[in-house]
Design a protein around this ligand. Structure first.
Ligand code: HEC
Length: 420
């Protein structure tokens, strides 16, 4: 046992030293810049910094975003498009992960970077999320549903495969008494993205040009037919497990023409708002079952006045969007970063024993800034307890915060209420 102990101490020490060394070189304030094509290993907070860390986390979020929307190999598909999609990992018959034609509901052979927006049950890729459950869909102004796609990077994917966490029988049960650290732990460097896409039919050319668009195989929830169509990226969640934040860092981006106000230089038209005075309904007019046939009558979506994008985030966005001028990515904005809160020196890693509940996360209880993405948590903008981390915290002990793992491990455990 002796040598093992030494090895662990050595690794622990070298991690601490590495983190101290990197914290010493963290500029304050952060220097926005086009970084490397690698997602940063961690947030960069100067040693001894005790104030609100929003600028550092937002800078991290932008660097993470730029790294994953960069072409994976210099050209061709974007890095996040080459991640392993949820359909590859979790199969309805519990078979091992694979991306053969028989593994997806469109029965198509895919190449790395291909995108398939399809699921065996229509609501699985259009349902908005509640805790462990799927609710009604979001409809764009062209009457089409927003499609969601979850995908895991190599580190997260390999870890799921090695541990057979695609099988519920291999996901450790939460022991009683509840342990301080989740029995399921993803390794540092695990990255999971959830992207939101719309079909672009009915969008004018000037409007279309402001979106990142590409071809995707999309399944019609009504007749079950799969077709290759042009889709545009409207939202992107990125979460990464890092050495200093074992509760993951929660990042969320949106395309800027989703909802009012209109940006200078935009066409003045929105993907989720018709530009009239008609308010957003207080609850989704559409339920998850039965799913209304497309095209569906759209409704207006707005960002809640009480939870605007944080003014500091707006400042950081302006700097990065300027750096990205001339690319389609200048039309995307960071909506929020969420992270675990603690007292004292913010460069010190947070203990994995700390939960991700609302009282220990930013923006927390009484939030005055955004805690939701209008394309993904559309109707969850009024109660801060419905923010990213507090909802995902309910999957913390069972699946290290990752709802998709808890819900889709075979046999799946997904609640789809008959009514909304
Ligand atoms: C009310 C609950 C709830 C809220 C709020 C919420 N999510 Fe989720 N999220 C879910 C559920 C449920 C899934 C899994 C859906 C599925 O796979 O069928 C999910 C999936 C994800 C995934 C894919 C990995 C995973 O955990 O399965 C990411 C990444 C993610 N959410 C990020 C975010 C971010 C960032 C926010 C805040 C802006 C957020 N979520 C807010 C419930 C929520």
């Amino acid at each position: 046992m002796e040598p093992m102990g030494r090895v662990c101490v050595f690794f622990g020490l070298s991690l601490a030293l590495r983190m101290m060394a990197s914290a010493a070189s963290c500029p304050n304030p952060p220097l926005p810049g086009i970084g490397s094509s690698q997602i940063p290993e961690d947030v960069c907070i100067p040693a001894g910094f005790t104030d609100l860390t929003i600028d550092f986390f937002d800078d991290y979020s932008w660097r993470a975003f730029m790294a994953i929307v960069a072409p994976a190999t210099g050209s061709g598909p974007r890095a996040f498009e080459t991640f392993h999609p949820r359909w590859e990992v979790f199969h309805e018959d519990g078979s091992a992960p694979g991306n053969a034609a028989r593994d997806n509901t469109c029965s198509v052979k895919t190449a790395p970077g291909d995108i398939l927006l399809a699921s065996s049950t229509p609501i699985y890729d259009v349902g908005q999320t509640a805790d462990g459950a799927l609710l009604g869909p979001l409809v764009a102004q062209n009457g089409r549903y927003v499609r969601y796609l979850t995908a895991y990077n190599e580190i997260a994917y390999n870890h799921i495969v090695a541990n057979k966490w695609y099988l519920r029988s291999h996901l450790p049960e939460v022991p009683v008494p509840r342990p301080p650290v989740p029995p399921v732990q993803f390794p540092n460097g695990s990255v999971v993205v959830k992207s939101a896409w719309i079909e672009m039919d009915g969008f004018s050319e000037p409007q279309r040009k402001r979106y990142y668009t590409r071809l995707a195989m999309v399944k019609d929830p009504d007749n079950g037919k799969c077709a290759s169509v042009v889709v545009g990226l409207v939202g992107l969640h990125i979460v990464q497990k890092t050495p200093s934040r074992p509760q993951w860092i929660w990042t969320s981006f949106e395309q800027v023409d989703n909802v009012p106000p209109a940006e200078p230089g935009s066409t003045g038209r929105f993907a989720f708002h018709d530009g009239t005075e008609t308010p957003m309904p207080s609850q989704n007019p559409y339920g998850p079952v039965p799913l209304a046939k497309e095209p569906v009558k759209p409704f207006n979506v707005a960002r809640a006045e009480k939870a605007p994008i944080h003014p500091k985030t707006v400042e950081t966005n302006a700097k990065y969007r300027k750096l990205l001028a001339g690319t389609v990515w200048q039309n995307y904005q960071l909506v929020l970063t969420q992270w675990p809160l603690m007292a004292g020196d913010q460069s010190v890693p947070v203990s994995a024993t700390q939960a991700g509940d609302i009282f220990q996360t930013f923006p927390g209880e009484g939030a005055t800034s955004a805690f939701a993405n209008v394309t993904m948590e559309t109707f969850n903008q009024s109660r801060p307890a419905q923010g990213c981390m507090n909802c995902h915290n309910r999957a913390r002990l069972s699946a290290d915060f990752l709802w998709s793992v808890f819900m889709h491990a075979y046999p799946a455990k997904i609640v789809v209420p008959e009514k909304h």
